[in-house]
Ligand binder design. Structure first.
Ligand SMILES: [Zn+2]
Length: 232
């Protein structure tokens, strides 16, 4: 992925590092769902047209069942010990052997914080009380059809133990990070922001919008005046 344009101006914030960042990426395409046939009856699927607009949800021409490929929710946790962040080495595909911030898909019946805490426990053997998790980042990753919610937490010791889903787990300073072995380099900028916030000791809540053509990360906990909306 190639970044083609520089940072844009930030908003006032208590965090000296907190500036909105926006990168325009070279390409743009519209993601379509992965299925063409009805999982109920095998009939062909047609895209819905709502108000004259072609939408990314479907109905079966044969049994009329609706089919939607809604975005899935990924929960992650930035666990800090001093100026280090917890990383886990993935033990399953995709990206087996690469390093990532602990996280995974939210499961049925879980709250966001419960899911995030479960993933940290499964991948690094650290049991975090859910009320110790603080909302930190949220965003859309349209090109993989996901929403993510990131929390932050702090621990006093770096004791951790890899679970079945991880080959290893370790706390890394920014300098120690294996940046060339990162599972999802598309989100490196968000991870660097977490290191910036650890350095400054001041934390905003961040919103990210990631599409195939654009990456934007902006603080939302210290907001300025409303911008005029667009009405139609
Ligand atoms: Zn059908």
């Amino acid at each position: 992925m190639e970044f083609s344009c520089a940072e844009v101006g930030g908003q006032h914030s208590a965090n000296a590092f907190a500036k909105a960042k926006c990168y325009l990426l070279g390409t743009r395409s519209t993601r379509l769902p992965d299925f063409n046939y009805c999982p109920e009856c095998g009939g062909p699927l047609l895209r819905h047209v709502v108000g004259g607009q072609l939408r990314n949800h479907f109905f079966c021409q044969r049994c009329q069942a609706p089919h939607c490929d809604y975005p899935r929710v990924v929960v992650t946790t930035f666990v800090a010990c001093g100026d280090r962040l917890l990383w886990v080495q993935r033990n399953r595909q995709p990206q087996r052997g690469k390093w990532a911030i602990p996280g995974g898909f939210l499961e049925q019946g879980e709250t966001l914080a419960e899911g995030a805490a479960r993933e940290v426990d499964e991948e690094a053997g650290i049991a975090l009380p859910t009320d110790s998790l603080q909302l930190y980042m949220t965003g859309s990753i349209t090109f993989i059809n996901q929403l993510y919610v990131g929390f932050r937490a702090r621990v006093s010791t770096d004791a951790c133990l890899p679970g079945v889903e991880s080959m290893a787990c370790r706390f890394f300073t920014r300098r120690e990070c294996l940046w060339d072995q990162v599972a999802y380099p598309q989100v490196n900028d968000s991870i660097r922001q977490a290191y910036d916030d650890l350095d400054s000791g001041s934390f905003d809540v961040w919103q990210a919008e990631m599409t195939e053509s654009r990456y934007e990360l902006r603080p939302v906990s210290h907001t300025g005046p409303d911008k005029p909306g667009v009405s139609r």
